[in-house]
Design a protein around this ligand. Structure first.
Ligand code: ARG
Ligand code: GLU
Length: 684
């Protein structure tokens, strides 16, 4: 059985290219794609991409924090990622007096590089197919424990809904320091307005350095630590890219659902996304209004606002894209064909019905889970109380608990504003109660709300009496706290929803179990489809080429944007479009030095470019490499018409967006005055 399955998988991976450029491939199995990659312009070998024995490109790629990618560009641990990936760190180190978000930051020397508590990067040591070992009865936990013996961090991840199991072994470095960041007027240029949109003019990069112990191994922060010496770092090419050039993205895409059935697509496009969009619109309005009134609040809520808005906007594009493509209808037709084939195969014939029935059984409950987490779960002080309630249940000693709780209180309050949270709580509780199916609101909670004359009265009472927004509180105060009592009222619901807690609807165990044989059946049936495992925050390779696309009737979008577009958008009145004066001056004088080039008949500086690589959230910060494996850009986004590619990739319009590495170097050199950093890079 396993033999047969492995054969099916390896055949499926090597199959002819049926969907041009679609796919996120496992680096250790990239050999099956190399022929196709080389036919598109890749000049290197599978061993250059991934090797256990010798240094390979994989040694230059890191998982940055919990959900971005970064890449080494020097022998001394210098790391590039996106500005929006470093955003939390830059904000954490900022104050109104030292506002690195607004002004940017460039460490004057190694000693001036700023440690970022809580930030870590993970480097993949190796990956290994352990499907056969698991099938033979070995427990994943034992495989992990064995792999972690030498100070590594490991986990076993499933591919193709459990048809394949992979062990991933990482080194996790926790001494990571901020080296530089452009001002937001470059790094976040265009803000949330331009987010998910092409043409784009964002210099979305920031610079960090990884430090290690004397032995070059991971070590907690220490003054004695030294810059980490990676096994491999990327050479940078300043030759630039032309339409049609090969590009490859090496990084950590977080989550896709390419194989789910029409039911799941309909749930996302018609139920889940619309609900989440409606709730976030209200949260964002409240936060934005408070930010506009107060500069300190603008900094406090900058990172929160950006991340709430990011998914909010993406979901809107995703709904439009899934409807435009008719993804659910196409899937239904595909399912009919599959059903005809499967009807004569008893082991597969029931699968679509089983999947459908499983969805019917869990969908209402999953909706409640999503609604609850986007509404009540979005109240910050509620989240704080829930977290601490967990600690309290394990920590009975009053003094010990108060000490622990109060030690993290300053960090909570640093980016917290009770007026914003109170306004959000009023809206979110009202939405929760309105949208919740009949009888779903916890009875005790409903009673508490009405005993205060309704939601607003209840919330005002909560915020008027809670101690959790104070700098300090005692264990007794905590135990009696109204927000903690509210958390307790939701405990039964929390417990009930544990059964449907999953990354998405199709990942709930009772649904997922049918996807395991369904994937297997699809691979057997649809033999010329190129199957790749859905993204799951493990290291992947995507490849394609630089390309424009037809945006709308009579509107073609060119593959490259330039400094001319930055200046066209310049508007000192709007925070997101207020170009730094120095950049205006450089543009006016056309004083580009070595960074100038001719694009579209003008002397200018390239800013961003787009390509056909299949990427997803998590690929932010990923190196964009040319056919020689040289760094030509940093990936940071997808275009508006691509936002549905987590469910259906449309090769005609799906484009990833990268910041051109020449713009990165230009900004470091000419705006940041950090030309000394260029000296430690290999620039060709
Ligand atoms: N859309 C990109 C991604 O999904 C960039 C997000 C950060 N930028 C922003 N304006 N919020 O992460
Ligand atoms: N900006 C996304 C991220 O933070 C990557 C873009 C995407 O989702 O394609 O990972």
């Amino acid at each position: 059985m396993i033999k047969k399955l492995l054969l099916v998988i390896s055949f499926a991976m090597a199959a002819a290219v049926s969907h041009a450029d679609e796919g996120m491939w496992l680096p250790s199995l990239i050999g099956s794609r190399i022929k196709d990659m080389r036919s598109k312009g890749f000049r290197l070998t599978a061993e250059d991409i991934y090797s256990v024995n010798r240094a390979s490109m994989k040694d230059a790629v890191v998982l940055f924090g919990g959900g971005c990618t970064g890449e080494f560009v020097s022998a001394e641990g210098l790391l590039l990622t996106n500005h929006h990936c470093g955003y939390g760190a830059i904000q954490q180190l900022s104050s109104v007096a030292n506002d690195y978000l607004t002004d940017g930051f460039w460490a004057p020397s190694r000693e001036g590089e700023l440690p970022v508590p809580g930030l870590s990067v993970s480097i993949l040591v190796r990956m290994e197919d352990v499907t056969a070992r698991v099938a033979a009865g070995e427990k994943p936990a034992d495989i992990v424990a064995e792999a972690e013996k030498e100070g590594h961090k490991a986990d076993v991840q499933q591919m193709y809904y459990g048809n394949q199991q992979f062990l991933f072994v990482y080194d996790v470095f926790s001494d990571v320091r901020l080296v530089g960041a452009p001002p937001s007027s470059i790094g976040k240029f265009g803000g949330d307005t331009d987010n998910w949109v092409w043409p784009r003019h964002t210099g979305d990069f920031s610079v960090f350095r990884v430090y290690a112990g004397k032995d070059n191994r991971p070590a907690g922060y220490s003054k004695e630590n030294r810059p980490y010496r990676p096994r491999r770092h990327f050479t940078i090419s300043t030759r630039g890219v032309e339409e049609g050039d090969f590009t490859m993205i090496y990084g950590f895409p977080g989550s896709t659902q390419e194989y789910v059935t029409s039911d799941a697509v309909e749930y996302v496009a018609e139920v889940s996304d619309p609900m989440k969009i409606a709730l976030r619109t209200q949260r964002l309005d409240i936060i934005a209004a408070a930010q506009a009134r107060d500069a300190a609040v603008r900094i406090q809520y900058a990172s929160k606002h950006a991340s709430i808005a990011n998914a909010w906007k993406k979901w809107q594009g995703e709904v439009l894209g899934l409807r435009r493509l008719g993804t659910a209808a196409k899937k239904r037709a595909y399912e009919r064909e599959f059903a005809a084939w499967a009807s004569s195969r008893p082991e597969y014939a029931h699968l679509l019905d089983s999947i459908h029935a499983a969805y019917e059984a869990v969908r209402p409950e999953y909706y409640v889970a999503e609604l609850y987490s986007e509404s009540v779960g979005a109240i910050e002080v509620f989240g704080r109380a829930r977290g601490l309630a967990g600690t309290r249940s394990r920590m009975k000693d009053d003094a010990e608990f108060a000490g622990t709780a109060n030690s993290s209180q300053a960090a909570f309050l640093k980016n917290y504003n009770a007026d914003i949270d109170r306004a959000i709580a009023k809206r979110m509780i009202a939405e929760f109660m309105e949208r919740m199916p009949e009888g779903g609101v916890p009875a005790e909670f409903a009673a508490a709300v009405s005993s205060h004359g309704g939601v607003d009265g209840y919330v005002d009472w909560l915020f008027g009496n809670t101690a959790l927004t104070h700098e300090k509180f005692t264990a007794a105060e905590f135990d009696a706290d109204p927000v903690v009592r509210m958390v307790a009222m939701f405990a039964p619901l929390d417990k009930r929803l544990a059964a449907v807690r999953a990354r998405n609807l199709s990942d709930i165990a009772s649904v997922r179990r049918w996807y395991t044989p369904y994937m297997q059946a699809l691979m057997e049936w649809d033999t010329d489809r190129a199957f790749f495992p859905d993204a799951n925050l493990t290291l992947r390779v995507a490849y394609g080429s630089v390309a424009g696309y037809d945006y709308a009737d009579a509107v073609y979008h060119r593959h490259v944007s330039t400094l001319e577009g930055v200046i066209e958008k310049d508007n000192p009145e709007i925070y997101d479009y207020d170009v730094p004066q120095l950049l205006r001056d450089i543009h006016a004088a056309k004083d580009y030095g070595r960074w100038g080039c001719d694009i579209g008949g003008r002397r200018t500086v390239p800013v961003c470019f787009i390509a056909t690589n299949h990427t997803s959230g998590g690929n932010s910060g990923s190196p964009v490499l040319n056919g020689r494996g040289e760094l030509v850009g940093i990936n940071f986004d997808r275009t508006w018409l691509s936002t549905m590619s987590d469910m259906e990739f449309d090769p005609d319009v799906c484009r990833n967006i990268a910041v051109d590495i020449r713009y990165v170097l230009f900004v470091m050199d000419r705006i940041g005055g950090a030309s000394y950093l260029l000296e430690e890079m290999d620039i060709r």
